[in-house]
Every structure is written in structure tokens, then in C-alpha cells.
Design a protein around this ligand. Structure first.
Ligand SMILES: NC(=O)C1=CN([C@@H]2O[C@H](COP(=O)(O)OP(=O)(O)OC[C@H]3O[C@@H](n4cnc5c(N)ncnc54)[C@H](O)[C@@H]3O)[C@@H](O)[C@H]2O)C=CC1
Ligand SMILES: CC(C)CCC[C@@H](C)[C@H]1CC[C@H]2[C@@H]3[C@H](O)CC4=CC(=O)CC[C@]4(C)[C@H]3CC[C@]12C
Length: 368
């Protein structure tokens, strides 16, 4: 909790503060930002857990709002020193229309930028994604790349398109004059696939495994590496950036940073088994049980079914051509840019991240 020896003067706003990552950012700020006076949490859906935070030394203000509504965003931003913008529509399954994804992720981000400019907030941190880089539509591997690795970042899917556009808006806004005459300082963090307590897809895989008698069936070759990062370390990186942005504005302003830690490089499924294995699940097969062409066919069939059923119901399975391409393309990062620029070291070791995640899957056992 905040150390009372330091002056508590700062007001932070976290958009999307009730989401999977947002909740970890909120809790991390309360634990590790001693200069915090007020923490505003802005989200479309407020979580009941916010209540327990309101008894601490920091004023916690919950704001139910929509980032697509410029006036709601401006009201929440006014008077904040730092904005951490994590709110977004994370939909790669076709649950929402491309227009809505664009509106929330791109227009919502534009609203946050304009609110900073109009109200005089100087520091903006944007949660971007590895997806702004790749995997691209050609399925080219990105093997242990860094922020400068050349890669043909070409997308068609609405989610990565929206994240790439929003990231560009944030980076281009760096240096804009805000109310009061000082420059806006922005930067973007690009997590790879986040895991940890609250990771809904992990829970879905767990329950699917339970339904299948404790087994999951390998679909992707073990040789395909997929980048993963623990949610606590992603949150920590946001907190550090927010803390350092003022003093290192010239170095950090307008920059992008991959979010990384010491999680091992593995395939998506083998990585999940690090947690699901100790919870009693088994991954069947050392090689994919189905030929890849059949998965491609099933994924295409799912797209067709989604389209046909749309007037009647929402059919949005995990497998579609896009998720298959992402899961089946090597994409891993190896970088130290965050350490060099603002002294980032992962707060949680791989062992601790793993233990915490396993404990969470086990306690989430009953909540199918
Ligand atoms: N989950 C992952 O593996 C990764 C996520 N990201 C990014 O991290 C951010 C957070 O993602 P998650 O926590 O996984 O997603 P999430 O869906 O758990 O959290 C997003 C939050 O944003 C809120 N939100 C959505 N639309 C809103 C609107 N119109 N107005 C206000 N709030 C709204 C939601 O209610 C939710 O609480 C997103 O920007 C996402 O693009 C980036 C890389 C990987
Ligand atoms: C057997 C199937 C083919 C396995 C399907 C797994 C997929 C649902 C997930 C595999 C990779 C995931 C994505 C990846 O971790 C990168 C992401 C970054 C983001 O910014 C948002 C989430 C995601 C797109 C993530 C979504 C689920 C997967 C596609």
C-alpha cells in the first residue's frame, strides 16, 4: 500500500480498469505507486471487487463510462496526471462487428488523446499488442524479434487493424501541446499473449479438458513458438512506464515497448499445459492428431456457420482461420528495450508466475 512518508499528489486514470489486465494494473498501482492520491477506474462494466479497494489510503473513484463517448472520457480525464488506456474490445472470434471494434479501439483511443489535450493531461500510456506487428497475413514467423526487427506488418482482421491504427494515433500524438502549453508524452506497450489470474481463455480450455475426461488434443505442432507474458509483469511494466515517463520524456516519448518476461518459449498448447497439467489435464499426442488441412477446413466451416447462423444466434468458436493462423505461426520476442529505457525487470519470476496461475486455475475449478 502507499507509503505515507511520500507526498500523495498524483491522480491516475485507468481505462478498462475492470478487465483482465486492467484489474492487475489497478491493484499494482495501489501497491507500488506511493505518490498516488486518487485512482480513477473507468470501464463500461464496473466490477464488485472495486468496493474492497475503497477503504485504503488512496481515493478510488469508479467511473462507469464508454470510451466511444468523448464527453464521458473528457470528464474522467480532467485533472488526471497520467492516463493508462487499456480499455479495448479484444475480439478475434467474430462476436462483435468490425465497425464496433473500430469504434471502441480506434475512436475510443482518439477520444482519450483529445481529452488529454483539452484538459491538460500530459502522460498517456497505451496498451497496444504484439498483434500490431504480427503474425501477418502471410503467416511469416517472427522469431525472438525485438522492436527494431524488420517484419512485414500487414493485417486484414479487424482486431489487429484497430490496434495498429490506435497505436499510431497514440504515437503521433506525442509532443502535441496540451492545455497549459506543455507537450503530451505518450508511449505504447505491446504485450504478447497475456496469461495469469483472470485469463478467460485458459479457464475455457480447462473446462473443455474436464468435459473431455481430463484430456486435450494437440492441434498445433510443438515446434511453433508463441510469445506469452505474465499479467503481473505486464501490469508492472505499465506502472513503471507511468512513473518514469515524466523524467525520461525525451527518451521514452513516442516509443513502443514489447512486454516480456522470463516465461519460456513454447507452443500455445504446451505453454498452457504448464498450468493445466498440474491441474490434472493431459495433452494427448506428441504431434497434431489432425492434419493441418483438416483444421483449415474446420476453421473455414466455422466461419461459414457463423455467417449462416448470425440471424438466429451468435456462433463464435475458438477456432477460425484467424486464430488458427495466430496459433500456428511462430511469434516470440526477445528484447531488453524496456530495461534499457526505464529499468524494467520482471517483478514475478517464471516460477512465481506459474505457481500463481496454477493456484488460480485450481480455485477457479468450480466456476465453469
Ligand atoms: N489478453 C491479451 O492477451 C492481450 C491484450 N492486449 C490488450 O490489453 C488490453 C486489455 O485486454 P484484456 O484485459 O485482455 O481485455 P478485457 O476484455 O478483459 O478488458 C478490456 C476492458 O475494457 C473494457 N471496455 C471495453 N469496451 C469499452 C468501452 N467502450 N468503454 C469503456 N471500457 C470498455 C471492458 O469492459 C474490459 O473491462 C486491450 O487493449 C487489449 O487489446 C494486448 C495484448 C494481449
Ligand atoms: C486449436 C486452436 C487453433 C487454438 C486456438 C487458440 C487461440 C484461441 C489463441 C492462440 C493465440 C491467441 C492470441 C494471441 O495470444 C495473441 C493475442 C493478442 C491480443 O492482443 C489479443 C488476444 C490474442 C489475439 C490471443 C487470442 C486467442 C488466441 C488466438
Amino acid at each position: 500500500m502507499a507509503n505515507s512518508a511520500q507526498t500523495q499528489e498524483l491522480v491516475y486514470l485507468v481505462t478498462g480498469g475492470c478487465g483482465f489486465l486492467g484489474e492487475h494494473v489497478v491493484r499494482m498501482l495501489l501497491q507500488r505507486e506511493p505518490r498516488l492520491r486518487e485512482l480513477r477506474i473507468f470501464d463500461l462494466h464496473l466490477g464488485p471487487w472495486l468496493e474492497e479497494l475503497k477503504t485504503g489510503p488512496v481515493q478510488v473513484t469508479a467511473i462507469q463510462g464508454d470510451v466511444t463517448q468523448a464527453h464521458e472520457v473528457a470528464a474522467a480525464v480532467a485533472g488526471a496526471h497520467v492516463v493508462i488506456h487499456t480499455a479495448g474490445l479484444v475480439d478475434v472470434f467474430g462476436k462483435t462487428s468490425p465497425e464496433t471494434i473500430h469504434e471502441v479501439n480506434v475512436q475510443g483511443t482518439q477520444n482519450v488523446i483529445e481529452a488529454c489535450v483539452q484538459t491538460g493531461t500530459r502522460f498517456l500510456i497505451y496498451t497496444s499488442s504484439m498483434e500490431v506487428v504480427g503474425p501477418n497475413i502471410k503467416g511469416q514467423p517472427f522469431y525472438r524479434g525485438n522492436e527494431n526487427t524488420p517484419y512485414e506488418a500487414v493485417h486484414r482482421h479487424p482486431y489487429p487493424c484497430s490496434k495498429a491504427l490506435a497505436e499510431r494515433l497514440v504515437l503521433e500524438a506525442n509532443g502535441r501541446e496540451v492545455l497549459g502549453g506543455l507537450p503530451l508524452v505518450t508511449c505504447a506497450l505491446r504485450p504478447t499473449g497475456i496469461y495469469g489470474e483472470g485469463h478467460q481463455i485458459m479457464k475455457d480450455f480447462y473446462h473443455q479438458g474436464l468435459r473431455l475426461g481430463g484430456r486435450l488434443f494437440r492441434a498445433i505442432p510443438a515446434s511453433v513458438e508463441h510469445g506469452r507474458v505474465y499479467v503481473g509483469n505486464v501490469a508492472w511494466m505499465h506502472v513503471l512506464v507511468a512513473r518514469e515517463l515524466e523524467h525520461r520524456a525525451a527518451l521514452m516519448g513516442g516509443q513502443v515497448y514489447f512486454c516480456y518476461d522470463n516465461s519460456p518459449y513454447k507452443s500455445y498448447e504446451d505453454f498452457n499445459m504448464e498450468f493445466l497439467g498440474p491441474c490434472g489435464l493431459q495433452l494427448v499426442g506428441t504431434r497434431p492428431l489432425m492434419p493441418y488441412w483438416l483444421l483449415v477446413l474446420l476453421a473455414a466451416l466455422n466461419t461459414l456457420l457463423q455467417w449462416l447462423l448470425r440471424p438466429l444466434l451468435l456462433y463464435a468458436p475458438l477456432l477460425n482461420p484467424y486464430t488458427l493462423a495466430v496459433a500456428n505461426t511462430t511469434f516470440t520476442v526477445s528484447t531488453d528495450k524496456a530495461r534499457r529505457h526505464f529499468g524494467y525487470e520482471p517483478l514475478f519470476s517464471w516460477e512465481e508466475s506459474r505457481t500463481r496461475t496454477i493456484r488460480w486455475v485450481q480455485t477457479a475449478e468450480g466456476s465453469a
